[in-house]
Structure formats: C-alpha cells, structure tokens
Unconditional design. Structure first.
Length: 824
C-alpha cells in the first residue's frame, strides 16, 4: 500500500518491502524490531534495511496538517464533526472518524505523517461510501405492522371533564333494558376524560377494565350546556393500561380507550359530540394520528400484496382454501391436475402437520413429465439433505419454504380505515359499507380456520451456490434409487379453492350483477353492448363482436340509456380499458374526471343495496361468500412471519423506506419486537438496510429487474450481538449467489464467532412495484387533507415514490442441513 501522496517519489527498496512497512507502521524501533526487519529483508541488504527504517521514522513524525473531510469533497459535506488530536482540530464524518481514531491509536495516540497519508488514501478509495453515509444520515426507515389493530380511526379533540363510570355486569345486560335497571348491577368509580371523537373516548380512571367490558359514563356539567333526556352514554372498553406514575395522575392511574356502543339512548350525546367537534375544529388541535397510521398501513399492505411471491394454504376442520395473487397462482397451478389439487396430499404425505409452529422448513418437490410427484421436507437425516442437493441439478425440481402458523382471526373482519360516520361522502356514511361487509357464509368459513401454511418459493441459484454438489455424476444410481421413498404413491386430488388476492388492475370493490344496455363511443361510432356486472369504479361488458379489439388504457365514454340519473348525477362517465378476454371487456373509471363513475354508482348502490346480487361465486364453495378475499388476506397478514417492505429512490440509487415487521417474524429475527415503536423510524433496520454495501447492492438488484427477470435474488448476512432481551445489529452484507459458497460461509462464521457475533443468513428478493391506483385511497387522502394537508401530501408522495418491494426469508436451516453432509 502506498502511504505517500501520489505526487511524492518513493525509493524502489521501499516499494519492494511495502508489506514489512505496513506491518511495522506505528511500532517503535527497537532491537527486536531490527532483528525482524533483517529476517524479512536479509541481513546483507544494508541499503534496503536503511531505507525501510528511514521510511518508518518518517511515518512516525508528528504531522502539522490536520485532516479536513470537507476539503476533499469541495463543500459537498458540510455537517462534519470536530475531533481534536495532537493539538490539531480535524473535520470528520462518521466513516472517516472511525478510521482516524484507528490510525491515531496505531501511532500511540499521535497524529503522524503515516496517519495523515493513510487518511488521504482511505478517502480516495472510499469516496463513494463516504458520500453515501453523508446522504444517508437523514434517511429514515419506518417500521410498521400491516396487521396492527388500530382503534378510533377518526379525528380526536381535546376534551377534559370529570365523569362517573359504571362498570356493567354482562350477566344482567340487555340491549333495550332501561338505564336504571342496568345501574342496579354496576360498579361505580370516577374518571377524567382526555379526548373525544365521534365514535370513541379516552379517559383516565381509578381502576382498570377488561377488554370488551361495557361501561356507562356520566359526564359532569354537560347537562348544563346541552339538553339530554339521559346523561348516561354506553361505551365498550377496547384497551386498558397502567398509565404514567406521574403525580399529576395519582388520582386516576389507569388509561382506558373506549368505543361508543350504538344505542337509542346515545343519540343525544352523538349530536352533542358532533357539534362540539365541528364547532371547535378551527380553535382546538385535531389529532388524526390513528387515521394516518391506518392509511399508511393500507398503502403498504397493497404494495406488498400485489408483489407477494407466496401461496397461502388456510385450513380448519371443514375449511380449506388457497390464497395468492397472480404469482401465487403459478404455484397453485403447479400442483393442479384435472381432478383438483394434489397440494394437500403432498403435505399430508410429508407430515406437514407435525412441523414446528412458526419455524420455516425447506420443501423439495419434483414434478415429472409423467405427472409423478416426489417431495420431502428437510428434516434430520442425510437422505433428505442429499435429495435436496439432487433436486438442485434437475430442471423439474422446485424449492419452497413452508411455515406452519396458527390462524390469527382477531383482525379477520376489520372495518374500513375511515369511521362510518365520516362526513366526506354518502358512501362513507352507510349503515353497512359494501367494502366492509362479510356475509354469514364468509364468517362461518373463516371462523373455522385453525392453521395456515405459508408456501414461499426459494430461488435455486441461491441454494446452488451453497450446495457442494455440482454434477449429477456426484450421485450414484444406488443413491438415486433411495429417493423413491419420497414418491407420492396415491395421486389423490382435493377440491381446493383458489381465492385471488386482489392485485394489479383489479377491481377492489364488491361487484354486482347488472344486465343493462350500454353505449360506448369508439373511434367516432357508437357501439351497443350489454353489461355483465358493475362496481363503483369498474364495469364488465359482453361485446357484440368477438373480433373487436380495443387497446389497453384507451379512454371510452360510456352511457347507460336504461338507467335514470339520480338528482343531478348521471351514470354517463369516462372509462379506460383494463383488458379484453374471450368477448368480455373490462373497464375502469377515469378518476381524473370531474364526475367519475363512483359518484353516481355510490348513490345507486345506496338506493338498491338490498336488491343487488353479488357476482362472487367460488367454484367449490358456491355463492354468498362476500368479503372472503378480504377476510383471508387479513388472517394471512396477521399470521405472516416474513419481513417485507418498500423501496424508493435515494441518492444515486434506491433505499428501503418502509419495513413490515409482523409479530410472528421475531421467531427467526429476535429483534425484541415488543420494544419497537410502530410507524416510527428504526435505527436497527437502518443499520441492516441503510449501510453502504446492502444499499448499493439492492440498487443494482432493482436495476436488473425487468419483464424477463421480474425477481432478483441475493444472500443477506446480518451479524448480531445477542443481549439478554434482544440484540443489536453489528453489520450487514449483501452477496450475489456467485460470490458466496459453503467454504466461504464457514470462514465468515468462524470469524464472526471469534468476535462474539451471531450470523443470520437470509435470501433477499427484490422486485419492481405493481401500480396502485390512487382511487383506492381516494377517501382516506381526502379525509386527511381536510385536517392536515401536509400529511396527505406525504402519503401521496409515498404512493408515487415507491419503486420496488423486497422480502427476506431465513436460510440458516438450509445451510445447517448442507453442513450435515460433512463438507464443512
């Protein structure tokens, strides 16, 4: 290594012995050092020994020129810090500070010529990394959980009055019972309200309450301001916790969150709270954190759902269904035959029911041309490990990671992200929103679910780089013959239903059968057709001529002559072509119009809701499964174990902006999930995804993604320091499949073990985003903008700037199985 500036001359002898000089840099010359130099160079080469000693003396001289990071980058780095050493004030950033401290330590605490030249060389080599760290200082990675239950998704106002609280006995509660009778079986205590919304209340109380408890609340002083026949308001407790031990709240140590129970006696208080909130919006601050949080989760969930690679199998005593998007449908089709699906049979053969809950297992499947299936899970024993290595050499083999979890159904039937009493539109004020409605059959089906199998494909290139086998010749005929034990002998097909998780260009509202005349203006002429079904923003039409072809995204004016206007709103609207298939034309509303389709159809559905017939009919389950896809998606998100997130542009590349960290993911990623504050920036994930190597590698991955290569796969290494309750991230590295192999993994793990670190290996997948229609978040953004325009702007920015989606899945188990073959 050349430690002098590029303009300085260096003697040939010094160049020849750079390795000796590098090793002795900062070491004081002594008899022992002199003997080492003679042994390395040769005692007879006096001139070379003299030049090496002279160079070491020169490097050890104190430097009078301080290191200034800002001088190397022409003012690009301004937020540097100052470090005083050897009487000089140095300007450093986080990267160069670590290096400078190391160099000063090497020269016994002095800033020398050798340290100065080392810093000059370090800056030249690491210029891009230093700039990356500089731009990355203000970057944030937000952590959230899309399955999080969020209550009171509406604006909240400050409301502080004393109150009396009556905890009701549910055994004596009757819906229409008089208040006086309910009070006879109630426990009384006092409280102090904090904030109020149209549907909820938060207060501090003298004692806690269980979730689901019914409480009558009597507010002090309200009867003097507002006439009410009954001063008692019925609430349900949704959350209770021990509040701060601050002396200010000594009288009321418990915090209760409650939602209003719809009851005739509450109507007068409903009117009072509505008038209070609307009258004080300009005077009092409005808290819409919960609304923003819910919408942020919805946006992230939509991006992730559209690009999810996996297939989810949900089952119970009587229920069995598969959920996935168009990518997951490819996995479903792999196991499909004319009679149904062999996927349940293969899982039964391989005893998937005995898998450990929450732990990912690798599953190898071979589907031969003759329709025969061979499969097994990687468990203890060398035979399954040899079979997995053999599968890597076959083109008809597939690898999956299967994780069994319990079906978490608490969020299965969640409501829309906005309150049903929102004043934004008539659509949001319905007694029963169509986007929130779950039919009785759906509820019965979902409530029967007990377990879930998450089936995620694993890239063969990632596994091949780890496998010690490179040729089929490595397997003798005798070894291959043993693999027949993994054959599915009885090809039994199950009537497995596939439910499409709504993805790209899908109509995310419920559709209803509506056969009526439709007129379209196409290329200057009018075409008459018949509608098949309709939703608020979408339309399916049966074309009169199958030879007719309309290009995608073409704008059409559509009229409904047989449907009368409602007030001043007409059904005539502009649509764009989504796709055309087998004589059917699928259209979507042009949301840029001043009067888009949903403004008429929301009113039409309000008037005719009871007479509308849903179109969703499942081949095996039958009719009346309205909302099944939404309910299954909610269950799947609540039970997921994989870490996924969003990618957006950053300085000269791309970076992770959002990470979805489900509660169940802590099984293979011991991050101390309970200590994380959701919807807040995370320092830990910034260390993992924001450091120089992973971020630049991920940028390269995303640039290689195209139509022919929709997914890019790498290997992610995270080095952690394990603590008593959680761990801290030490560093992370991203490797291409060709850059890593089994022997290199062994070397890395030994080095990390000596440093007291634990290696976590992951397969990282990156892909481009699928378009998300702004109309899906139309109401939410309008609702937020009404109270906080800058927060609505940030959410709009999130939608527009999101470029890609990533996911990581653990592969430590696979590496362990390969090691069991005895090659490391």
């Amino acid at each position: 290594m050349n430690f002098r500036g590029s303009g300085l001359h260096m003697d040939d002898a010094v160049k020849r012995h750079e390795d000796v000089i590098e090793k002795l840099r900062g070491v004081e010359l002594s008899t022992k050092v002199n003997e080492y130099i003679k042994a390395k160079i040769g005692a007879h080469r006096h001139s070379d020994i003299f030049m090496v000693k002279s160079e070491l003396n020169r490097l050890s001289k104190t430097s009078k020129r301080p290191f200034r990071i800002d001088q190397h980058f022409n003012g690009q780095i301004t937020n540097y810090s100052e470090l005083v050493a050897s009487g000089l004030t140095h300007h450093v950033d986080p990267v160069t500070e670590r290096k400078l401290r190391d160099e000063i330590s090497r020269f016994q605490g002095n800033y020398t010529v050798g340290a100065a030249e080392a810093m000059e060389q370090f800056v030249k080599i690491n210029k891009e990394r230093i700039l990356h760290e500089h731009h990355n200082q203000n970057a944030e990675i937000t952590v959230l959980d899309i399955s999080e239950t969020i209550y009171r998704k509406e604006e909240r106002m400050h409301f502080a009055v004393r109150c009396e609280i009556y905890l009701l006995d549910k055994r004596h509660y009757r819906k229409n019972a008089p208040i006086d009778r309910l009070l006879n079986y109630a426990t009384k205590f006092k409280g102090l309200t904090q904030n109020i919304s149209l549907n909820g209340l938060r207060l501090r109380a003298q004692q806690p309450c269980d979730k689901g408890a019914l409480l009558l609340v009597k507010f002090s002083g309200i009867e003097q301001e507002f006439k009410m026949d009954s001063p008692y308001v019925l609430f349900e407790c949704v959350f209770s916790e021990r509040a701060s031990r601050n002396q200010k709240y000594k009288e009321f140590p418990h915090s209760l969150s409650m939602r209003k129970v719809h009851r005739p006696s509450n109507k007068e208080f409903d009117l009072y709270s509505a008038r209070l909130i609307h009258a004080n919006k300009l005077r009092l601050s409005v808290d819409i954190d919960n609304v923003v949080r819910a919408v942020d989760n919805n946006i992230t969930e939509q991006f992730i759902t559209n690009r999810d690679q996996g297939l989810t199998l949900l089952g119970g005593k009587e229920s069995l269904v598969a959920l996935g998007n168009s990518i997951g449908k490819e996995i479903f089709d792999l196991f499909s035959i004319e009679q149904g699906s062999v996927l349940p049979s293969l899982l039964r053969k391989d005893k998937a029911n005995k898998l450990e809950i929450g732990k990912p297992f690798f599953w190898c499947v071979i589907k031969q041309k003759d329709g025969r299936f061979f499969s097994t899970f990687l468990r203890e024993g060398k035979l399954s490990a040899f079979f997995s290595a053999y599968c890597l050499l076959r083109n008809d083999a597939h690898f999956f990671q299967v994780t069994k979890t319990k079906a978490v159904k608490e969020r299965a039937f969640v409501s829309h992200s906005l309150p049903t009493t929102s004043e934004m539109s008539e659509k949001a004020t319905r007694d029963r929103r169509m986007t929130d409605y779950y039919s009785p059959n759906t509820r019965k089906f979902v409530n029967d679910l007990e377990h879930i199998y998450h089936i995620v494909p694993v890239d063969k290139n990632v596994l091949t780089s780890i496998s010690p086998f490179t040729d089929r010749k490595d397997f003798t005929p005798g070894a291959v013959s043993k693999f027949t034990t993994f054959h599915l002998d009885t090809l039994k097909a199950d009537a497995l239903e596939f439910v499409m998780a709504r993805g790209k260009d899908s109509r995310k509202e419920d559709r209803y059968t509506l056969k009526t005349l439709v007129e379209m203006d196409v290329n200057g002429s009018t075409i008459q057709a018949s509608s098949i079904d309709i939703s608020e923003s979408g339309l399916a039409i049966a074309l009169p001529n199958n030879k007719m072809s309309l290009p995608r995204d073409k704008k059409l004016s559509v009229r409904f002559p047989e449907i009368a206007p409602i007030g001043t709103v007409s059904p005539t609207s502009n649509y764009r072509v989504i796709r055309q298939h087998k004589g059917k034309l699928f259209l979507h509303s042009y949301i840029e119009d001043k009067k888009p389709a949903y403004k008429f159809w929301s009113k039409y559905f309000d008037r005719n809701f009871k007479n509308l017939v849903p179109t969703e009919e499942l081949p095996f389950l039958g009719k009346d499964f309205l909302g099944l896809e939404r309910a299954l998606r909610n269950v799947k998100n609540s039970s997921d174990i994989y870490i996924k997130g969003l990618i957006q542009p950053s300085n000269k590349g791309f970076s992770v902006s959002t990470v979805n960290f489900p509660r169940a993911a802590a099984h293979h990623f011991p991050l101390g999930r309970d200590l994380i504050r959701l919807n807040m920036p995370s320092v830990t994930f910034k260390k993992i995804f924001g450091s120089y190597n992973p971020q630049t590698g991920m940028s390269q991955m995303l640039r290689r993604v195209n139509k022919k290569n929709p997914y890019e796969h790498h290997i992610l290494l995270v080095g952690i320091n394990e603590g008593r309750s959680a761990f801290s991230v030490d560093h992370s590295m991203l490797y291409m499949p060709g850059e890593i192999n089994l022997s290199k993994i062994g070397v890395i793990e030994k080095q990390m073990t000596r440093r007291g670190l634990t290696p976590l290996w992951f397969s990282m997948t990156v892909t481009r985003k699928s378009p998300v229609f702004d109309k899906y978040f139309r109401e939410e953004l309008d609702y937020i903008e009404k109270n906080s325009s800058h927060r609505a702007e940030l959410l709009n920015k999130r939608i527009k700037q999101t470029t890609g989606v990533f996911s990581i899945s653990p592969i430590n188990e696979y590496i362990g199985h390969v090691k069991s073959l005895g090659f490391v």
